[in-house]
Design a protein around this ligand. Structure first.
Ligand SMILES: [Mg+2]
Length: 289
């Protein structure tokens, strides 16, 4: 059962009725509620208090939440995985297994990102380079066009918000300052944010080339963030959590089962005086903030 948070009228709480304080007190004593068809026995006062206490946000209003975008607010990596699967299938290599082709592509991607940054343009370049390196036969124009098509399929995806993101962001924005903090191609990321319809919840948008400790420190300085009330929230240990902790921020790791392999890393422990919280769903941020 999810009770509303303090400040809202007391339960609905699964009973479908808003209760004033007197009613609340009366039924909380364990009586049945006469207006309800089911006449279910209501929970005791102690149970309601306990439940409400548990659901009170842990941190007071006025925190600054830096929030990642891809695979935190909306699906992203699954489209790349589908394109890669189609690419491997099309390459249909007789010598290398799919896993070996994937490993080769990962290596090419690392090189491309170093030279050209993150984003769909880099990914497209990586697919073509990988195809050229692994294809036993010369790459014809037709084949190159097929490979480009796999990458294009990603750009044509609608933005698919992760469960509960729109409602949760709206609620968080009422109590805290939200800043979008994403890395990648500026135009691509800005376009995704515009299409997501979430832009109004953010007081600022930071699109950086790489999420490393200097980038976080720069953002902290630009927005005059107090480290003890500022948090980085995201799905990538490598980009969202470890460098944010290193820069002095608190962090919330939001697990996403399809996080890109190049973002995988062991989570660092929070340094003394900082917090690291692990969650498995965006909606659970409401229980903390
Ligand atoms: Mg992400």
């Amino acid at each position: 059962m999810r009770l509303p948070r303090p400040g809202r009228k007391v339960p609905a709480g699964g009973f479908g009725v808003a209760l004033d304080p007197i009613e609340h007190h009366r039924i909380a004593a364990g009586a049945t509620f006469p207006g309800l068809e089911s006449r279910r026995t209501l929970p005791s006062c102690a149970a309601i208090v306990k439940c409400t206490m548990e659901l009170m946000p842990q941190f007071e209003a006025g925190q600054t939440l830096l929030i990642d975008a891809d695979d935190t607010l909306w699906e992203n990596n699954i489209y790349f995985e589908r394109a890669i699967a189609a690419f491997i299938s099309y390459l249909n290599h007789h010598e290398y297994s799919p896993a070996e082709v994937r490993a080769a592509l990962n290596a090419v991607e690392r090189e491309t990102i170093l030279a050209h940054g993150y984003g769909l343009t880099s990914f497209t370049r990586s697919l073509v380079t990988c195809f050229e390196r692994l294809s036993p036969a010369p790459v014809t124009e037709e084949k190159a066009e097929r490979v480009l098509g796999f990458a294009r399929s990603i750009a044509e995806q609608e933005i698919e918000l992760l469960p509960g993101v729109a409602e949760t962001l709206a609620e968080l924005a009422r109590r805290h300052r939200l800043i979008l903090m994403t890395k990648g191609n500026r135009a691509e990321q800005a376009d995704k944010l515009a299409r997501s319809g979430l832009g109004a919840h953010f007081s600022a948008v930071e699109i950086v080339a790489e999420k490393d400790p200097p980038a976080y420190r720069e953002v902290m300085a630009r927005h005059a963030l107090a480290p003890h009330t500022s948090w980085m929230i995201g799905n990538s240990p490598k980009s969202d959590i470890n460098p944010a902790l290193a820069a002095g921020l608190n962090a919330v790791f939001l697990f996403h089962k399809d996080t890109w392999v190049l973002e995988h890393a062991e989570l660092d422990a929070a340094p003394h005086g900082q917090r690291l919280i692990e969650l498995d769903a965006f909606v659970k941020l409401r229980e903390i903030f």
